[in-house]
Ligand binder design. Structure first.
Ligand code: GLN
Length: 422
């Protein structure tokens, strides 16, 4: 069966295999030494199954894709407020290595351009540059599910030629954004950019974000869903530099590219994608990588804003097992919109029953907003002289009033029996 998906992937990759436009990044001599023909893609499902096509086993340096993960680590370690005090979240519309800060805040505009990424490195609390790099290295490795290696040649090459990044780091220091020694921070930044990954590593790192921060392969929770939400938000608006608008329109996934030729793309809750092709366009994004992602999105329907249908109805069935007793059976994942639908339906039909039984036994997941709305319902029912019961064998409505009222049942039959003997 996996063959079916494999064929899709091979076919979509083959559509772009012959394209040879773009150029290798050569601002670091070492980066120009890779095979320009390399072209691979990996796709990880949200439960960690990986499909690969082409050069999925070839290692290349992660480069700017690292920025998304170091930003996540900074958020994880010191929290959003402290990170926001140093790095903005506005798209810059500038090249990745622009020597610039926001005119009014004097902070880097976002963490996906070099200025913001260098600042993010400095926010990882550590006693030394080595310790800081170790934390970053561990974090990326935990997301990938294997220990990543450092490309020492690329690191040294980048360090030897990094005047522009040095300009940025010293500028940040002068604006009070960097507290630490700029050269030490840069050293860590160069090392993080020089970690080697394959497209499969990237797909797994993406899947870790798609899963809200837990690695589907290892099962390890790497960070929180709040950190992931913020990271993906910034990837949407700033991940592809000044091509972010084109990317969101055509591909529609939070993503990050690097001059090593890699792109990581995330479809929240669903999958992670890693692609590699080192020939870059003038914005520094992989030419074939962008095209491949575009085709994947179009042909597999992956655009995160595609509205293919109304979100699945929360109500599975409504029936009356006894005169005056009505059962509302819900299912799926209940969030605000689903709960709103339930509350409004019950409200509209209230004149037709004396007892309402809300059956949540088939609900997979419920969030606080939905729980709050549904538990508020029992109060309103009582005020109208009605009785509300909840069938909740799994206890997903725990802490609600329904529970403290003692009107929680394990089965609909139990609830109906209670209603008839009132
Ligand atoms: N290491 C590179 C730099 O700082 C990363 C750039 C990139 O991938 N866009 O210039």
């Amino acid at each position: 069966m996996a063959l079916l998906v494999q064929e899709y992937l091979d076919r979509i990759r083959a559509e772009h295999a012959d394209a040879a436009d773009g150029a290798l990044a050569d601002y670091i001599p070492e980066l120009a030494r890779v095979d320009p023909a390399g072209f691979g893609v990996s796709l990880s499902s949200s439960d960690g199954f990986v499909y690969e096509s082409g050069d999925a086993g070839v290692e290349f340096t992660i480069q700017s894709i690292s920025k998304a993960f170091t930003y996540a680590l900074a958020l994880d370690r010191i929290g959003e407020v402290a990170v926001d005090a140093r790095i903005g979240v506005e798209p810059s519309g500038e090249a990745f290595n622009e020597i610039s800060v926001d005119e009014t805040t004097r902070m880097p505009k976002n963490p996906m351009i070099n200025a913001g990424a260098i600042a993010a490195v400095s926010l990882i609390p550590a006693g030394s540059a080595d310790e800081r790099f170790a934390l970053i290295h561990d974090f990326y490795s935990a997301c990938a599910g294997r220990r990543l290696d450092l490309d020492v040649d690329v690191y040294e090459s980048e360090k030897a030629t990094g005047s522009r990044n040095r300009a940025i780091a010293y500028m940040l220091q002068s604006f009070g954004v960097l507290d630490d020694d700029p050269d030490e921070v840069l050293d860590v930044y160069y090392r993080q950019c020089s970690l080697r990954v394959t497209t499969t590593d990237l797909a797994r790192m993406a899947a870790t974000l798609a899963r809200g921060g837990s690695n589907p392969m290892t099962g390890r929770r790497v960070t929180t869903s709040a950190v992931v939400k913020r990271t993906l938000s910034v990837m949407v608006t700033c991940g592809m530099y000044d091509a972010a608008g084109d990317w969101v329109s055509a591909v529609g996934m939070p993503a990050k590219s690097g001059v090593g030729g890699g792109i990581v793309a995330v479809l929240p809750g669903q999958l992670g994608i890693g692609v590699y092709s080192p020939l870059l366009d003038d914005k520094g994004n992989s030419v074939r990588g962008v095209r491949l992602c575009r085709s994947l999105s179009e042909q597999l329907g992956l655009h995160f804003l595609a509205v293919s249908r109304e979100s699945r109805a929360a109500m599975r069935a409504v029936y009356e097992p006894l005169e005056g007793v009505r059962v509302y059976e819900t299912h799926g994942d209940l969030s605000f919109c689903g709960a709103e639908q339930v509350v409004r339906t019950v409200d509209r039909e209230m004149r037709g029953f004396d007892v309402v039984i809300l059956d949540v036994s088939r609900v997979d997941d419920i969030d606080d907003a939905a729980r709050g709305l549904l538990s508020g319902m029992s109060k309103i029912l009582r005020a109208q002289g009605k009785t509300g019961y909840v069938v909740d064998p799994g206890g997903i409505m725990t802490d609600t009033e329904a529970e403290s009222d003692g009107v929680r049942f394990r089965t609909v039959d139990d609830a109906v029996a209670a209603a008839s003997s009132r």
